[in-house]
Write a protein that binds this ligand. Structure first.
Ligand code: MRU
Length: 372
């Protein structure tokens, strides 16, 4: 996608042919800064500090982290250590394991001399696949937005879409998952308006989704996390589209904390609740999201403090809780499949169920070997 007319992906190989470029997402929306990663430690730090975040992007940066490791020591032992370090960065998004496994399998299949070239080729293929996959998600999601547009009594009125957190191009390699249909709908000339949940505690909606949508010229309004139910009760939301960090084989989805409450409100108000995801987000090894998805718990200071820009342009962090009040910071929640109207994938739209997913991914049926 473009930033002030310049095309960017969220991760890239720099002009030197080996170091890795990223956008420092901790600086947005106040400044746009890029960073160069030159070691596996840099890649690890970028994920841990959330300079890069979003399930597919975490996977892509981890894949490039293995490339950086291979440059200095491509032995089995060194690669396995790097794999473990990168894997330990964030627990919930399954794309991380998927990407690390994909690159490791390719590396262990070739001799040490061939590993640097193999790693970069595999990581690049993975990144290109993610960009293409997200664009396809956008195409399939666009049909749903068109269907919502066709239902409006006033065809000049915008389609109101509510989204949570940031599942845009910053969270993937390009295009995004939940935001891809929105970009394509906007580009196709459909009138769109997006309700952007601020997404406390880290405010990925207010700082990243709002920034992305603004850069692309998509009409949007940032709302407090608790406003969505009220808007739905008053007919101000036509559909919800969110992303997911892990989707189970039966269609439970795990996304940024607060997603579940939006799904409940959508169900109560008869509003479609769609979840957009690439194949790399499906964890075929588990069924029950509540029981089996590890939920990341982060530092309490993300809840007790808030950072923003002052009237004089300085960044400032302030405390918003009384001294001594403990805070808990659960980063994700699980929305059971029964609250999901449909899943939007690169292969099409399906029911949030085992059968629905298997219809789109038949190679996952028992006894059928997976392609690719
Ligand atoms: O903690 P984050 O910012 O990595 O969480 C990101 C999300 O929850 C996104 O909704 C998710 O990764 C969707 S996939 C594009």
């Amino acid at each position: 996608m473009k930033v002030d007319g310049v095309r960017y992906r969220s991760v890239w190989v720099a002009d030197d042919g080996w170091s890795i470029g990223i956008i420092d997402q901790t600086k947005l929306p106040h400044s746009f800064a890029t960073l160069k990663l030159t070691t596996v430690a840099d890649a690890t730090r970028a994920i841990v500090t959330m300079q890069v975040r979003g399930a597919p992007l975490i996977g892509a940066v981890a894949a490039y982290g293995l490339c950086l490791q291979a440059r200095t020591d491509a032995s089995d032992e060194a690669l396995k250590t790097a794999y473990s370090t990168l894997f330990a960065t964030r627990p919930t998004a399954v794309n991380l394991k998927w990407a690390l496994d994909s690159v490791m399998a390719a590396l262990l299949a070739v001799g040490v001399q061939a590993r640097v070239a193999t790693a970069y080729a595999k990581a690049a293929a993975l990144a290109d696949d993610d960009a293409e996959t997200c664009r396809s998600i956008g195409e399939h999601g666009l049909d749903l937005v068109r269907a919502a547009a066709a239902k409006r009594a006033d065809i000049a009125a915008p389609v109101n879409i509510l989204t949570h957190c940031n599942a845009g191009w910053l969270a993937t390699v390009d295009w995004g998952t939940a935001l891809a249909p929105i970009y394509l709908a906007h580009d196709a000339g459909l009138p769109i308006h997006v309700w952007v949940d601020e997404t406390r505690p880290r405010n990925q909606g207010a700082s990243l989704t709002a920034w992305e949508l603004g850069k692309h010229g998509v009409r949007h309004t940032v709302i407090a996390d608790n406003a969505g139910g009220h808007l739905m009760q008053h007919g101000l939301v036509d559909l919800c589209i969110v992303g997911t960090d892990r989707t189970t084989a039966r269609g439970d989805v795990c996304n940024k904390i607060g997603t579940y409450l939006k799904a409940l409100a959508a169900r109560d108000n008869g509003i479609p609740f769609y979840v957009a995801l690439p194949h790399s987000t499906i964890d075929w090894t588990i069924e029950d999201g509540l029981a089996d998805i590890p939920i990341e718990q982060r530092t309490a200071t993300e809840v007790t403090e808030i950072t923003g820009r002052t009237a004089t342009g300085q960044l400032a962090t302030v405390t918003i809780t009384p001294p001594g009040s403990p805070a808990a910071n659960y980063a994700f929640d699980v929305t059971p499949a029964r609250y999901v109207t449909a899943l939007i994938t690169e292969r099409g739209v399906c029911a949030a169920s085992r059968e629905g997913l298997l219809t789109l991914y038949p190679e996952r049926r028992a006894g059928v070997r997976r392609a690719g």
